[in-house]
Design a protein around this ligand. Structure first.
Ligand code: HEC
Ligand code: HEC
Ligand code: CA
Ligand code: CA
Ligand code: CA
Length: 456
């Protein structure tokens, strides 16, 4: 005799078949559910704040705790809760830079630099092949300090605009920034290398962490053996927990190997919060150092849930994928080899901790590898194995929702691009050929390509 479960499955099958019949729409492209089973089908201001739908009840609880940790506002020590801000810092919570979990905009004024920060180093290499810290300033410029202490310096910038044109004659303008560092608390050392960075969107990161190393290396072609002008290579950062070199995946130069370490570095550098992975204050040895015996200021559980939050956010489903214009744009994306770096598809391997991230077919549109992007985008500051001209290909999933989520359309590592078109037009180096192909397109084709990216 057939059991109850059989009839339930049968009923579901019948419903499924009849729904299919009713829905005479086009067959979905494979990449529509960009995050596999973590995909969420919503598009509004909170889209990047949805937990992945395939979490277990226990994981939903961890995600909820992570959400709280991500929003926690830290205060000057000593305090009963969230103690230990600074003494020097950039912002007092994760959320203040990662607003709505989307990409941050370029700041409107120097009064609040929000999601923008400046990494610092001296020429040469430091511990484990990483950047060499600047005496008195360390590896990052903290522009704020707690009461009674002095910020390292104030950040200022000047906007420079250059007028250019497409091959069809249409004019466009590219803006960039020249940064300056005012009122340093001690003289600004000569020869300091700087790297401006805007906060990226933090969706889908657990899936990127779950891609196997072999699959990343399969796309690397450091000596450009296939002679297509594209020579992606992995970065290798330092894993503080295993005390080993490890392939890098996170940050604009892929210098961070894991999300727990990326989060620990953020607590330490961005907020001045010591933790089990980075136990020393970023200001250790500087005049601002508080000499309080209160480190680490957060425990492993807090660090783990904050990292879990970034591992367990849902990835938005593509929109308007069936439009003829979007489909044309998708063809052009491949034709002009945008997909040589923005690799559409991966199947994730086994995530070391969370099975919901394993064996997922995903469409992140990145290879997570470093590419020489030319002189105009160069920061001229090496970061582990990344040169001063190399950047990690950023994922493009969710990029079309930047405006919905964050009310802006600033792109690239320092937020200089004011829209997707400008982001493409800044491409150089290994991407010069693709950029030139875009410049030569008709207006109709350019628009179609942009519509496709907006559908991601
Ligand atoms: C001062 C602004 C600021 C604060 C505060 C901040 N972040 Fe970030 N975040 C950034 C920037 C900028 C980057 C890019 C860093 C880089 O390229 O090195 C980033 C990158 C990340 C990434 C990697 C994203 C990717 O695509 O590779 C994660 C994860 C992350 N932050 C988590 C956190 C967590 C967790 C906190 C709180 C503990 C936090 N951030 C606090 C600005 C901030
Ligand atoms: C050689 C590799 C490469 C190729 C080819 C390439 N890109 Fe990129 N793309 C990158 C890298 C690396 C960045 C980040 C550069 C930076 O921030 O300075 C980037 C950034 C972007 C961004 C901004 C993303 C963000 O989060 O700010 C968009 C949009 C984009 N690319 C679209 C395209 C399109 C469309 C094409 C084809 C015309 C293309 N790319 C070709 C490597 C590439
Ligand atoms: Ca502290
Ligand atoms: Ca510093
Ligand atoms: Ca402390």
């Amino acid at each position: 005799m057939k059991n109850k479960a059989f009839y339930i499955i049968l009923l579901v099958c019948i419903l499924f078949v009849s729904c299919k019949k009713d829905n005479q729409g086009p067959v979905e492209d494979g990449d529509v559910n960009a995050g596999g089973s973590t995909t969420v089908d919503v598009s509004f201001v909170n889209t990047f704040q949805q937990p992945a739908p395939n979490l277990t009840a226990a994981e939903i609880e961890l995600h909820r705790q992570g959400d709280l940790a991500f929003g926690d506002i830290f205060v000057t020590a000593p305090s009963v809760v969230n103690s230990g801000l600074g003494p020097v810092f950039n912002q007092n919570s994760c959320e203040s830079c990662h607003v709505s979990n989307g990409k941050s905009s370029f700041p409107l004024s120097t009064d609040n630099t929000k999601g923008l920060l400046i990494r610092l180093s001296m020429p040469g290499t430091g511990a484990h092949g990483g950047p060499l810290p600047v005496p008195g300033f360390g590896g990052q410029l903290q522009t704020k300090a707690v009461y009674g202490k002095t910020a390292e310096a104030q950040l200022n910038w000047q906007e420079i605009e250059e007028i250019k044109s497409f091959v069809d004659g249409e004019i466009y303008a590219l803006r960039r920034f020249e940064f300056s560092y005012n009122n340093p608390y001690i003289p600004w050392p000569t020869g300091v290398l700087t790297s401006p960075r805007i906060a990226p969107a933090i969706i889908g990161l657990g899936l990127l962490e779950a891609i196997s190393e072999a699959d990343l290396l399969a796309n690397a072609d450091p000596d450009d053996k296939n002679a297509d002008g594209i020579s992606g290579r992995p970065n290798y950062g330092w894993n503080e927990q295993t005390q080993q070199k490890q392939i890098g995946r996170f940050g604009w130069k892929a210098a961070q190997p894991t999300l727990i370490q990326q989060s620990a570095a953020a607590y330490n550098n961005d907020m001045g919060i010591t933790n089990p992975i980075f136990t020393k204050e970023s200001s250790f040895g500087q005049l601002q150092y508080d000499k309080l015996n209160d480190d680490p200021e957060i425990d492993m559980n807090t660090l783990k849930v904050a990292a879990f939050y970034t591992q367990s956010l849902g990835v938005p489903k593509r929109r308007n994928w069936a439009d003829a214009e979007v489909r044309q744009g998708k063809t052009l994306f491949t034709k002009i080899q945008c997909d040589a770096c923005h690799k559409p598809k991966f199947v994730t391997g086994q995530h070391p901790e969370y099975p919901f991230l394993s064996n997922q077919t995903i469409y992140p549109y990145t290879d997570l590898l470093l590419h020489d992007m030319g002189e105009a985008l160069a920061d001229n500051r090496p970061d582990f194995e990344a040169s001063g001209r190399e950047w990690r290909t950023p994922p493009l999933w969710g990029i079309g929702l930047t405006k919905t989520v964050g009310s802006h359309t600033n792109f690239l590592h320092d937020g200089r691009a004011r829209n997707l078109e400008e982001a493409i037009l800044w491409h150089g180096g290994e991407a010069e050929k693709s950029k030139e192909a875009f410049r030569k397109m008709s207006k109709t084709e350019r628009t179609a390509l942009i519509r496709f990216i907006e559908s991601l």
